[in-house]
Design a protein around this ligand. Structure first.
Ligand code: MLT
Length: 288
């Protein structure tokens, strides 16, 4: 891990590999560990850059910040690329909240993107009920701590098979959640409650788009993601069987290989993915 100085803070960043930069943006309430299981193989073909967002993992949050908007995280990512001296176009891969941030990054820094990979995410803003839940979490997490949040989230984050057959994945996710700083979690929850609708942005997006979802995802269903993919001409849509919200941990091999394939063909063809219908990867068949 490296500490990289950006304008007003330092980000904790995992980096591995060389070549095309692929910047990974984790969801809520996680950190770079969400993507570690896919980075070993992927780093053979690209440069994996996996920061802890401000207030998560080993990245700090100063006391005066109580709200982190998706725009602010996106600016942090642009500053991180500047600090690393990366001027070429990158792949940006965001999962769930990471997808909200990736869309804001695309709004502001579209020219820096060769491809946007949106995993288990959505583009519509919160309903009033969802906002109220987030604000309640933000107000209470300081006293409850992260344990109850982990317990309530895990059944939706991991599918039944993962929970039954892979206790080590469950422990990994739980440990990652309970280790988060409640202040960072509260700031992100408030920021998500304020996020804008980015659906319209998809229609005019210049970088190519790839959507990946888990078939058992109850937080962002594959049907919902498939609808989004259909908005975008020539977008790719992949869905992984026996997988819920956390594909990089539930099926690292398949999840990583979809991205690897995407990196591999990038220089050969721009529009390399099938369009208009979902491609399902099952437990028994990898991509290669
Ligand atoms: C995430 O995984 O980042 C969350 O499910 C996003 C959200 O709460 O909307």
């Amino acid at each position: 891990m490296e500490k990289i100085r950006i304008k007003d803070t330092e980000l904790n960043v995992f980096m591995k590999g060389e070549g095309l930069p692929v910047l990974f943006v984790h969801g809520f309430p996680f950190d770079h560990r969400l993507f570690l299981p896919i980075c070993d193989r992927l780093s053979e073909v690209c440069q994996c850059i996996v920061p802890d967002l401000r207030g998560f993992g080993g990245s700090e949050l100063s006391d005066e910040i109580s709200v982190c908007t998706m725009e602010r995280y996106a600016e942090d990512l642009a500053e991180l690329l500047d600090a690393l001296g990366i001027k070429r176009e990158i792949f940006l891969c965001g999962l769930s909240m990471g997808g909200y941030i990736a869309m804001e990054f695309a709004r502001k820094y579209e020219d820096r993107l060769a491809r946007l990979i949106l995993c288990s995410t959505r583009t519509d803003p919160d309903t009033e009920e969802e906002k109220a839940k987030r604000l309640h979490l933000a107000e209470t997490v300081g006293t409850t701590g992260m344990g109850p949040i982990a317990d309530s989230m895990i059944p939706n984050l991991l599918c039944a098979k993962t929970r039954e057959f892979s206790p080590s994945t469950v422990d990994y996710v739980r440990e990652m959640i309970v280790s988060q700083n409640p202040k960072g979690v509260a700031a992100a929850a408030r920021g998500m409650a304020q996020r804008k609708d980015t659906t319209e942005l998809l229609k005019t997006m210049k970088p190519s788009l790839l959507f990946i979802s888990g078939q058992e995802d109850r937080i962002t269903s594959p049907e919902r993601m498939c609808k989004l993919a259909k908005i975008v001409p020539d977008a790719g849509f992949f869905t992984v069987e026996d997988c819920a919200h956390l594909g990089p941990l539930e099926f690292p091999l398949i999840f990583g290989d979809v991205i690897r394939f995407s990196v591999f063909v990038h220089d050969l063809l721009r529009q390399d993915m099938y369009t208009g219908f979902p491609i399902v990867f099952s437990r028994n068949f990898g991509l290669f």
